[in-house]
Design a protein around this ligand. Sequence first.
Ligand SMILES: *Cc1c(COP(=O)(O)O)cnc(C)c1O
Length: 387
Amino acid sequence: MSYLAKNYNRKKIAFKYGKGSYLFSTDGKKYLDFVQGIAVNSLGHAHSKLVKTIRDQSKKLWHVSNAFQIPEGEKLAKKLCQKTFADHVMFQNSGAEATEAAIKVARRYFYTIGKPNKTRILCIKNSFHGRTLATIFASGSKKMTEGFGHVGGFDHFVFGDHKSLKKKITKNTAAIMVETIMGEGGIKVIPDWCLKELRKLCNKKKILLILDEVQCGISRSGDFFAFEKSKVAADIVPIAKGIGSGFPIGAVLMNKKVAVGMIPGTHGSTFGGNPLAMAVGNTVMDIVSTKKFLNNVKKSSKYFFLKLNKLKEKYPSIIKEIRGRGLLIGIQLQTDQTKFIKKLMDNKLLTIRAAENVVRILPPLNVKIKEIDLALKIIDKVCSEIK
Ligand SMILES: *Cc1c(COP(=O)(O)O)cnc(C)c1O
């Protein structure tokens, strides 16, 4: 019997240790891990530089209050700002905290410029922005909000329905918040031209654009931020997952304009931005943000997509579509994916589901081609057996 609450439907498997793309189970089996904590371990398991960073920093200083200067956080914020559109950063500990803080930044901006009624956030129906009370209502998902009362302030439009999007903008709208690539929602990429139109629309209506890059950001898409390819700028960008490569870190990046609202006392986090987390973030950032690293993600991605599309052609009755960008990949099946994922696992490949019958594939960003080949071999085998 388990003393843990039953809010997860866990697979009956546990792991003893991990190395790079692999996980080793307590019953002595070796798995190719293409879940990586759901796009979290961007450098795979037990990366030597991260092990060293944690070891070194843990001997010096773990935690101090944000009542004091934290040089490690200053350093990481500077790196993030110099690499992106952002002028300021606010550190958190998770994705949901980051998206929720992004909403606060947007509302507080309008409050500060004398428009306190502009509070509503317009989101995509059945999107995912985390599991706090506010962010579940941002998702507009019946499944996630059922039984949790009501938190107002959110409006929704349907993915791809530009007419309804325009109609839903009112005088009280503060921001549009979308995932640049919808992760949980089924690896749905917002096309570059749509992002451009979104930016134009926000400028025209004088509202803010929040791009949730918690899953698709930090080089996962092959660019540091997925929206960079479209050349648009966001006003506010929550990040988390990949930036800690397994250490819990979240952050909100924002431009100068909106940062005016965040004066002392408006937001805080006891753990957010502590020296241990910041040391890890700095090391991850130094590795994943270089041009060479990004080019390698693009190269691995191109290879993976090419081969997956070949499998789609080989098994059209099983595979409907290959989705995604970079190493955020979805295999959309013709029917429910549960059995498929189970069979992949029986063949020692770990993947995870997303909406719309999608099998989500999230290798570490430093995955090797021979590991991709092994995954392809297993997917091919499972397709041939299911057929
Ligand atoms: C995972 C995720 C979140 C929530 O992150 P947590 O760390 O689980 O709170 C928010 N937005 C997106 C797009 C995500 O994928």
